[in-house]
Design a protein around this ligand. Sequence first.
Ligand SMILES: Nc1ncnc2c1ncn2[C@@H]1O[C@H](COP(=O)(O)OP(=O)(O)OP(=O)(O)O)[C@@H](O)[C@H]1O
Ligand SMILES: [Mg+2]
Length: 247
Amino acid sequence: MARRISRRKKPSKEDFVLKPERKIESEVFDRDTLLVLSKMIKKGIIANVDYPISTGKEANIFRATTSSGEFVAVKIYKLETAPFFRKAEYLEGDPRFMGIKGGDRNIVLAFARKEFKNLKICEATGINAPRPLYMQRHVLVMSFIGDTTGLPFQTMNMCGPRGESDMNSILDNIKKMYHAGLVHADISEYNIMMSAPPTLIDFGQGVILSHPRAMEFLERDVRNILKYFEKHGIKLDFGKTMGWIKK
Ligand SMILES: Nc1ncnc2c1ncn2[C@@H]1O[C@H](COP(=O)(O)OP(=O)(O)OP(=O)(O)O)[C@@H](O)[C@H]1O
Ligand SMILES: [Mg+2]
């Protein structure tokens, strides 16, 4: 019997003990996903899919292990759901993804490609983000953001920020991204993992600066961060921060 994965549930430490009955069974994956995963295993990209880190409406994230015993994260975009209509605005206007036609599947595939490309820009620019390792169709493999025992770090919404240094690091990353021509467009405490320094994740919505709404998305990202840190007693001026980012 396949284990049913509850939506959005964040696993506790006990959940990560790999008991035999916790092994992921094939019923968890649809045919398309199984095909991609088995190709990745044949190619030696991963050796084993270990357990689900997060199950959401748009993607599931698994921890996996490579043949050399390294942990990686595998993000599997959901082909069967179509919540992406709402998000078409992040594709339209991005010259890298002009002319995506057809159904929801193509849009999902474009988002997966987009996240991979955005992570490549981050890697080249020295942003604190997962390193993109491999991508095929709707499956993206990236470096694992977690501790040496194999547990993923918490996201910032789960534990709160550690202080001003976290805010400075995040704003620094936003600035670096801007100067590399990229806007994350979905920054919030839910998309920040608590490594030291913090790691930005979830780059599928990221747009390049020639997107007509890039500045609007940038301002929203910055407002989100300033508002969140203000709630935790750390206040910065929005106008001044924007000026500093663009400098
Ligand atoms: N590279 C990574 N290493 C470890 N854990 C990760 C990694 N990337 C994502 N995660 C975990 O998976 C969760 C969901 O990832 P992400 O934000 O990229 O997906 P999502 O697009 O928000 O999915 P959905 O919207 O369907 O929930 C994160 O909150 C984090 O806990
Ligand atoms: Mg997310």
